[in-house]
Design a protein around this ligand. Structure first.
Ligand code: HEM
Length: 395
């Protein structure tokens, strides 16, 4: 199975996942990695990735989304448990809910970009000025977290991600405890209001509390926290990465940027092509429940399997000129990329992330059409994810 060298944790495969995925697709589409305490299979062909996402009986979510086995809880589950928790968050994430948030998002983008360009300096870190704060503030508002707690909130979110890497367990533990204390107190406040027949504030915590009050089984504190943490972690750095990845490609090839400045109707295609080309989540894990064969290779039960959306999105069997970033692709066809997953666990925040990225790009092309990169952005550290943690620009 594994004649091809591949190490997603460091070196060239960490720096350039697309090149590594291409090597695997061509020579070893079902690859076994062993090293650094990990052992897992990687799926790289589009049909295998989609097949695994559809076949949830064989490719189970019971042991978590990462390379280590973790116990099931809330959305990290298979149906029917998963369905129950998904229902609790669904009302907060309808396309209508995302549309209703659009004016707030556009106003926030205006504010952040105007702040960035105010003053005599004609350079900034666009990650710090726009790409990072935008989703953090949006999610904080959706959760009903007050503005003055924004920095604490960002620290919680970041250290949760660090936790996936296991690099600073003490920081992760502190952040988890602070988050737990705050969120559970907020949920309890809302339960008290609901039981007294009062009106809860309009936010995601209230939506979950309201939906769970009708449930036969009350939601536990641990389940509530898992849901809220997944929304927090799932929505923050991913959307930041979408914005930095998108600008990285557009500013990296001036002709693409100039096309969009001249024709803003290309913004939607640009956002979607960025999602296909540079998925903020490269792939997540499933665990096999029975023997299965993918691309002619047998996989045993109980294997951790890395389902690489990023590789599926560049499979030449499915995409024409997959390694070219193009603005002339058909938008409906483009939306078939797998960057938000597929099926049971498909990302509920997709419409929201797209709205934020579109608003950011519209504002930048109209306010700073002379925007350019002022150095090489640095890659974020988590091997599962693909995005930038710095983004120096000038205009
Ligand atoms: C560009 C931005 C985003 C990307 C690339 C992304 C990617 C993904 C992917 C690939 C999954 C599927 C997980 C799986 O198959 O196991 C997922 C699920 C999820 N995402 Fe997103 N996401 C983004 C934005 C958001 C936002 C803005 C939110 C919320 C505010 C969010 C919340 C979630 C949640 C709660 C799940 C779990 C769904 C379930 O298991 O049923 N995501 N996301």
């Amino acid at each position: 199975m594994s004649q091809v060298d591949y190490n997603p944790f460091s070196g060239p495969d960490f720096e350039d996942p697309a090149a590594a995925h291409k090597r695997l697709r061509d020579a070893c589409p079902v690859h076994r990695f062993t090293g650094g305490g990990f052992e897992f299979i990687s799926l790289t062909k589009h049909d295998d990735v989609l097949g695994a996402l559809k076949n949830i009986e064989t490719f189970s979510s019971l042991w978590g989304q990462g390379p280590h086995r973790k116990p099931a809880i809330a959305l990290f589950n298979d149906p029917p448990e998963h369905t129950r928790f998904r229902r609790l968050i669904n009302t907060s994430f309808t396309p209508r809910a995302a549309m209703a948030l659009e004016p707030m998002i556009v106003a926030l983008v205006d504010e952040l970009v105007e702040d960035m360009v105010a003053g005599p300096a004609r350079d900034a870190d666009l990650h710090d000025a726009l790409a990072m704060p935008l989703p953090v503030i949006v999610i904080a508002r959706m959760l009903g977290v007050p503005e003055e707690m924004r920095d604490t909130f960002k620290e919680w979110s970041d250290s949760q991600l660090q936790g996936m890497n296991g690099t600073d367990p003490a920081r992760e533990k502190r952040a988890r405890e602070a988050l737990a204390e705050y969120m559970l107190a907020e949920a309890e406040k809302r339960r008290v209001i609901a039981r007294a027949g009062g009106e809860m504030p309009r936010d995601i915590i209230s939506d979950i509390v309201a939906a769970s009050l009708d449930d036969e089984r009350p939601i536990t504190d641990a389940e509530m926290l898992s849901l809220l943490t997944q929304i927090l972690v799932g929505g923050n750095e991913t959307t930041t990465s979408l914005i930095t990845n998108l600008l990285w490609r557009l500013l990296g090839d001036r002709s693409l940027w100039e096309q969009i400045v001249a024709d803003p109707s290309l913004v939607d295609v640009a956002v979607e092509e960025s999602l296909r080309f540079d998925p903020p989540v490269l792939g997540l894990y499933r665990t096999t429940t029975c023997p299965v064969t993918m691309s002619g290779t047998d996989i045993a039960p109980e294997e951790k399997v890395h389902v690489l959306y990023a590789s599926a999105n560049r499979d030449p069997d499915v995409w024409e000129h997959p390694d070219e970033f193009r603005l002339d692709r058909d938008l409906n066809r483009l939306r078939q990329h797998l960057s938000f997953g597929f099926g049971t666990h498909v990302c509920p925040g997709a419409a929201l992330a797209r709205t934020e990225a579109r608003a950011a790009l519209h504002k930048l092309i109209s306010t700073v059409p002379s925007l350019r990169l002022a150095g090489d952005p640095e890659r974020i550290e988590t091997f599962l994810l693909w995005g930038k943690r710095t983004f120096p620009v000038t205009w």
